[in-house]
Design a protein around this ligand. Sequence first.
Ligand SMILES: *[C@@H]1O[C@H](CO)[C@@H](O)[C@H](O)[C@H]1NC(C)=O
Ligand SMILES: *[C@@H]1O[C@H](CO)[C@@H](O)[C@H](O)[C@H]1NC(C)=O
Ligand SMILES: *[C@@H]1O[C@H](CO)[C@@H](O)[C@H](O)[C@H]1NC(C)=O
Ligand SMILES: [Zn+2]
Length: 405
Amino acid sequence: MAFIKWVNLLMIFHFFAATPIFSHSTSFTSKFLDLAKEPEVFDWMVDIRRKIHENPELGYEEFKTSELIRSELTKLGIPYKYPVAVTGVIGFIGTGSSPFVALRADIDALPIQELLEWEHKSKVPGKMHACAEEGLGGAKKVLDSGALENVSAIFGLHVDPTLPIGEVTTRSGPLFAGCGLFEAIVSGKGGHAAMPQYSIDPIVAASNVVLSLQHLISRETDPLDSKVLTLAKFRGGDAFNVIPDSVTIGGTFRGFSRESMMHLKQRIKQVIIGQASVYRCNASVNFLDEEIPYIPPTFNSDELHKLFESVAGNMFGVNNVKSSELIMASEDFASYQEAMPGYIFLLGIKNISDEHISVPHNPHFQVDEDALPYGAAIHASLASNYLLKLHQDLPLVEEKYNDEL
Ligand SMILES: *[C@@H]1O[C@H](CO)[C@@H](O)[C@H](O)[C@H]1NC(C)=O
Ligand SMILES: *[C@@H]1O[C@H](CO)[C@@H](O)[C@H](O)[C@H]1NC(C)=O
Ligand SMILES: *[C@@H]1O[C@H](CO)[C@@H](O)[C@H](O)[C@H]1NC(C)=O
Ligand SMILES: [Zn+2]
């Protein structure tokens, strides 16, 4: 699962409702999947995917990847805007006038050495596409660029390696948690470990800060409103007999509503400063807003959820559109959803004939390329159905459900 995703390529779809192929057809949704499975299209997608996999680049450094995408867009005659958020590309399909719908795709890799031996293994030491993907708040940068100002809605997906190919999971409302980070310095006064009366011990103070922070979830949080607060960093002294001057602690907090995240953030600061002062220490708290921006919780609008259920039900079969649990990991797609209606869902990439489950962020992570047509087709179908709905204000899709698998 992507903990933080970096969004970098957006294909903006524009659909003109009077286009003849759609005006009399009620079954174009399932056609997208057939088209995406055509050997010509499938081989083209696999070829690009392998090139990208062999040449991974980290967030904001995807210059070669971006160049590859632009050259493919040029070959297809699709105009694009570049650069957006440093290395991002936005391709434009359609007449160029509103309404617009956007599709999000990530292009950054992880700092992981690939350990899987196969023909198209990463050629870059220490870098690998092992999720989809990570980072530094790219979605916010895309929004800040203004490039999406006339977009009516945005769709995005994340792979789910536990879910079979041909299935999707999702839910209305919150799906991925919001994620905040914090770091605090608890300052005392160093000295001889045998004479604590001449020191102000920051280790005991910071230890109590850690314990007090645990009570924010266990004692102040509604047990039905899932949240987590983990202190993952604790750095104190280096010697057995020296009380250090200060201790640095740090961690992450997650939750499913912006209000509860903001409240938690405020209480984290109060508890750290207040509890440190009990032990005569000072504390400063940094929420790292500049370096690693806060990611809000994702929130799927109910209207888009209905559209998704209809489109995905037609394409994959109603029984293959599953309901997802809440996911404690985060997705910076949430930033788009704060600016416009947006919808995120999980796409199955597990081949059921393969016992092995690929764990994201693992050096052995593997994608079954047979999943590619499903992702491409559902994206294309969501975009066109959304625009069709805007234009014609018709009931979503009226074709009969047909199970593709
Ligand atoms: C959005 O639409 C307005 C009005 O048509 C136009 O002036 C503006 O350039 C558009 N913005 C983008 C990013 O396309
Ligand atoms: C805490 O800050 C106050 C005010 O700046 C200062 O007087 C005091 O020495 C500090 N205490 C420690 C333990 O750093
Ligand atoms: C799973 O893998 C097998 C063997 O590679 C392949 O024949 C099959 O099409 C795959 N299944 C799906 C659903 O893609
Ligand atoms: Zn990831």
